[in-house]
Design a protein around this ligand. Sequence first.
Ligand code: SF4
Length: 388
Amino acid sequence: MARTPREPNRLSSPRRVAGSVDDPAELAPAVSRPLVAWFKKTARDLPWRQTKDAYRIWVSEVMLQQTQVKTVIGYFHAFLDLFPTMKALAAAPEEKVLRAWEGLGYYRRARNLHAAAKMLVKHGHDNLPPDPVLLSTLPGMGEYTRNAVLSQAHGLALPIIEANSQRVLCRILGVQDDPARGPVKKWLWQSAAKLVCHSDPSAYNQALMELGALVCTPQKPGCLICPARPWCSASKTGEPESIPLKSERPAITRVWEVCMAACSGSGTHRCWLLFRRPATASRWAGLWEFAHQPMSQRDTPRDALYSLIQQLFPSDKPVETWNAGKVQHAITRYQVKLRVEVAQWEGKPAPQLTEHDAWAWLSPAEIATLPLSAPQRRVWEMVSAMPF
Ligand code: SF4
C-alpha cells in the first residue's frame, strides 16, 4: 500500500486580500468541480496527456521544469524514441542521455533523471511505483515532480505547486506576500493540499497548471472567461496582476570571455581540441567544451587569447589564429559574450593538464555524438562552417 508523506505543521496565514476565506478548505468542492470540468473541455492535447505511464509523465515533468511546452514536445518524442522505458534509460551511458538533452539546458535535470532511473531499476522496479516516500529519496525528485507524476499516473490525491499553479492559487486565495518566502510557500502547499480534488486529482492538478498557462497569465489575466472567478479574491480587487508579489530580480552582470577553438590538420582530417567538464562541476557537468576563460576589462582579445594559449601550451605556439565571431548567451544573472578565436596547430600538442580536465583532439564525427552546452554547440557550428 502507498505510504503518504508527513503532514506539515499548521502555519499562520500570510498577508491576504480583505474578504479572502479564512480556511482554504472551505473552497475545496466549489472550486475543484468547475476547474476539472473546464480542463476536460478545453485542455490542450499534449503528448504526455495521452498516457498514464508514470515514466513518460515523469520525463515530461522534468523537461517542463524551466522550459516551455512548445520546446519540450519535440524533445519528449525524441527522448522516448531513444529511451522508451525506464529500463532503457537506466541502461544508457550518461553521455548519450546528455546528448539527447542537449539544447534543453539545466543538464542537472537529465543527470538526476538518469541516476534516479538507475536506482529504481537496481531495486527491481520497471516503472515509478505509487510510493511518495520512496520517490522522495530519488535525486532531483522534488515535491512538485513527485506529486505531479503520482497524481497523473496513479491517481493519488497529492497537491502540486509550480509557477503557473502558484500564481492561480495566490490569486484565488488573495495572497499578498511574496510566495518565494519560506513561510508563505509552506502555507501555500498546505492550502493546496486542502484544495486538491480527491475524485480526480489528475485532472484537477493539470487544470490549475493549464489555467495559469492559458487564462490566469502574469499580465492581463482573462478573469471574464475564468471558471474560478466566482471564488477568486484577486479578481475582486480589480487588479489581479498585482498578485502574487514579485521578488526583486538581481541586476544583470555582463561578462566577456575568450574561447579558443584549437584545430589541427586540414580538410576531412581536421580535428579539434575540447575538454570534458568534471562530473562534480556545478554547471554543465559532463559536457564537452572548447577552451575558454573570462577576459578582464584591461585585456585586448589578443592578450586574452595568448594568455589562454600560454596556460595550455607553455612551450608551443599556433601557426595561425583568426577571429571567428561572437556567441552571446545568458546564465542566471550573467550575460556572457564569447569572443571565438580559431587557432590552427601544427600536429596535436598535448595541453597542460589541470587536475580535473579531460582534453581530447576530436573529429567532427566524434563531436556530433558528444553532449555540448548550447553556447558551445553554437561555437562548434560557427567554426565548423568556416571555409578553410
Ligand atoms: S479570476 Fe482572474 S485572477 Fe482569478 S484565477 Fe481566474 S484569471 Fe486568475
